[in-house]
Design a protein around this ligand. Structure first.
Ligand code: MG
Length: 457
């Protein structure tokens, strides 16, 4: 079965800008990994800046990149750096069209709470005008599970509900892989979504059964490879700011046949109706505020002690930072998980390793999966600046009766930029949870704010 790394093996590849002479397994002479200057993070008061290669869809000033229904002028209000849905007008469509992409969206539900259920702060981020990541005020507002904030509407609830209060700015970071259609409009490869809500992963590599649908399932219908992005007008004055998008290469490493089989078998055994009110709602988790971990995280290092790490390596706490010389393992084992780490300094040979097997490099090239996959982009900051890495790892699964096996999948954002979305090679067999390993051979990196979350499988 092909995988991303195998796919990239066929691609010419060169890391000419990098000092490291190390050979990656799939490194051949040819194309360079693009260098991207990362953006900045937003604060509650101020929107951040987009990465250098992003298309900025809304920077707070005007709606020049947008139109309303029927190609009419965009009818939403713009004020104080945000745009706001104007009820009884229309939805907004981008003039430009997109396929595979990384999309960053910030939204705020009305501070003045009105309505309940689906009638409170409802809007939506609808990729290709068909595939909706739901926007809804879900702060102390119950609704059916697949219609909550960050749900893949009508299909998949988020893993957790990490809505902020009405009026507060919230963030979605979305990785979208479009569906592919063949002769006669037949689906040849379904769409996939990974979504972070306020920095917390709520979907990882989720397969989509079809377009957004209400009450009854709609099946895929062939459409062009690129389509406009849609922001839904659901009659509530939801606000948006700091919208940007990075088109992605379509070489995503997923084997079409396996992806289609997964879509069909999951759908065939799907136990829920669309908008099923009997379905359990996702647990509520308070997201972190300004760099602090979400409420359900295992805090591995926050400036104090090393209680969460097994003894062994030379590690010390210095000025609130963690300095490791060698390898440090968590006491707890992690299976499918999200890991967040921040650091400064220039790494000689450092990384984070999952299952004692897959190591994401923090040295050159930053975010390569050692000996397996080059990064999609180089999104480093200077060595004196704080850098952030968010990693989401889903283990491989064995084939079960009627269900295909799945390869392990690793998604990595560095400083907010998608740098890995990799199908990992190997036989897809069930993998037991293992400690996460933090490695720094030279002890030249200062780590801080390290946390991990086990994900529901
Ligand atoms: Mg909606």
């Amino acid at each position: 079965m092909p995988n991303l790394c195998a796919t990239r093996e066929r691609m010419p590849f060169r890391l000419s800008l990098l000092a490291s002479g190390m050979l990656l397994g799939c490194c051949l002479a040819g194309t360079e990994v693009p260098v991207v200057t990362p953006g900045t993070e937003s604060t509650p008061e101020l929107p951040g800046r987009a990465p250098s290669d992003a298309t900025v869809l809304f920077d707070g000033r005007d709606l020049l990149k947008w139109v309303g229904d029927g190609n009419r002028p965009a009818p939403w209000k713009v004020a104080n750096g945000y745009m706001e849905v104007v009820p009884d007008t229309s939805s907004l469509w981008t003039k430009e069209q997109f396929g595979d992409c990384q999309l960053h969206v910030e939204w705020a539900a009305p501070a003045q709470v009105q309505g309940d259920g689906q009638g409170r702060g409802n809007s939506g981020v609808i990729l290709m005008g068909r595939y909706e990541v739901q926007v809804l005020d879900c702060y102390e507002n119950a609704t059916y599970a697949d219609g909550g904030a960050a749900a893949i509407y009508g299909q998949e609830p988020p893993l957790v509900n990490c809505c902020r209060k009405p009026g507060a700015w919230q963030e979605y970071d979305i990785v979208f892989r479009r569906p592919h259609f063949g002769e006669g409009g037949k689906l040849t490869k379904p769409a996939f979504l990974t979504v972070f809500h306020n920095g917390v992963v709520v979907h990882h590599d989720s397969v989509l059964f079809g377009p957004m649908s209400f009450e009854t399932r709609q099946h895929y219908q062939a459409h062009p490879d690129k389509q406009p992005l849609l922001l839904q007008n659901h009659g509530n004055p939801v606000r948006y700011r700091n919208l940007w998008i990075r088109p992605l290469s379509e070489e995503d490493g997923r084997d079409s046949g396996a992806a289609l089989e997964r879509c069909q078998t999951e759908l065939a055994s799907w136990p829920w109706k669309v908008n099923d009110t009997q379905r359990p709602r996702p647990p509520v988790v308070a997201p972190g505020a300004e760099g602090s971990p979400p409420a359900d995280a295992s805090v591995l290092f926050e400036g104090g002690n090393l209680a969460q790490w097994a003894a062994g390596a030379a590690a010390k706490v210095s000025d609130g930072s963690l300095v490791v010389k060698g390898e440090l393992r968590t006491k707890d084992a992690f299976g499918d998980c999200q890991v967040h780490v921040e650091w400064t300094g220039s790494a000689k040979r450092a990384g984070l390793r999952f299952l004692d097997r897959y190591e994401v490099q923090l040295d050159d090239p930053l975010a390569a999966i050692r000996r397996l996959c080059p990064p999609l982009a180089l999104a480093a900051r200077g060595s004196r600046q704080q850098q952030t890495c968010d990693l989401v790892f889903s283990r491989a699964r064995s084939a079960e009766e009627g269900r295909p096996g799945r390869h392990a999948h690793l998604t990595v954002l560095v400083n907010g930029v998608l740098v890995q979305d990799a199908v990992l090679p190997g036989v897809p067999t069930n993998q037991p949870a293992r400690p996460v390993l933090l490695r720094d051979d030279a002890g030249s990196v200062r780590f801080r704010n390290v946390w991990a979350r086990e994900l529901a499988r």
